[in-house]
Design a protein around this ligand. Sequence first.
Ligand code: SF4
Ligand code: SF4
Length: 458
Amino acid sequence: MFIDHEHIYNLLEEAKNASKEEIQEVLDKAKERKGLSHKDIAILLQVEDKEQIEEMFKIAGDIKKSIYGNRIVLFAPLYVSDYCVNNCVYCGYQHCNKFGRRKLSMKEVEEEVKILEKMGHKRLALEAGEDPVNCDINYILDVISTVYKTQKDNGNIRRINVNIAATTVEEYRKLKEANIGTYILFQETYHKPTYEKMHPNCLKSDYEYHLTAFDRAMEGGIDDVGGGVLFGLADYKFEVLGLMIHNEHLEEKFGVGFHTISFPRIRKAEGMDLETFPNLVDDETFKKIIAIVRIAVPFTGMILSTRESADMRREALRYGISQISAGSCTGVGGYKEREEGKIVDQFILEDHRSPIQVLKELIDAKYIPSYCTACYRKGRTGDRFMSLAKSGNIQYVCGPNAMTTLMEYILDYGDEELREKGEALIREEAAKIERDDIKKLVLNNIERLKNGERDLYI
Ligand code: SF4
Ligand code: SF4
């Protein structure tokens, strides 16, 4: 198995003794973006010195800026079924929690999607519990097709990332054929003893089967996969090394590693007590984790959800996060229920701002909110995407697409204030584009949008 626990323990133990000079050497290497070894990452994970931590934040911020510029991609989760046969100790949907479970009918999927489209969303993350009887692959495929078909006014969902339980090559092949964007699956924890304790007597209990899900997904033709752990279950240092080793395993075997990594932290949920988790990660440590992962895998998208407070999200954007959710509901049928004044969530959310509020705050902080979904629609997935990212030319597509999708949002869903702020930012950003041909293209696309065209991208 590619997650060798002894190897990880040894790396962390040896890194404890790293001198200040040795740490500095790793920081200098990180600045030059030469790629870090496991040993280097272990050393960064052991840094306690305040000045060196500050330097780490600065390096991560610089890497983020030079690769991603100031665009932030927005998405929303769509929970379609809370039937679940598993017993994940940390989750409100665990099998032994008794509540009226349900899945959305196709009509209800349409209703949820229309609300999401009215909020301006173009990119969804589809979420469902594991239940081979009540929520099988055919149900998920029907949902995907319904989501893509549902259009309200100018709204349409252009990319569906899917987060469903580990499954077989055949089922992954079906997801690929249904045109999904990224297949997302959190390992939850790479630490096998903790994994087994957290997932007792259920389908998800098999650590190896879960760990090799992306191998099967890639064999089934899905080349964008998104990993993550649930921070708070096991020692975060072990988890970060686990993530990096998993990423390398995929790179070695399939030529491409994680397209994205998500950063969920344990939140209070029904039927669990936070006190019983001894590895909870505090805010300072969480920021450190984000910075180290940014430094270690500069080209991997990093995702943060509304589980985090608005303040934490602001900080995390500076050190590495490139995608956030906005206006989220994490309950099945949650968007409609919110419209009706009821809220039922899988866990407690911290950030309740509406998308338009999030957009205004991002713009005030000089970020360009982006609803771009261009890459997979242009066939830029897997290693084709990574080689574009690594060549640095990605900036000539991401930035322009951020500007045009922001303009589209302003025209269809913006208010006066957003229009003023947003247009000013777009003008400023367009003026900064170095290549004249691209600048011309962007300005021309902005005019075409104003004249009623939609969905323009490069
Ligand atoms: Fe089910 Fe997923 Fe919750 Fe586990 S984390 S109980 S698999 S919904
Ligand atoms: Fe993402 Fe590709 Fe759009 Fe850039 S151009 S924001 S990488 S989809």
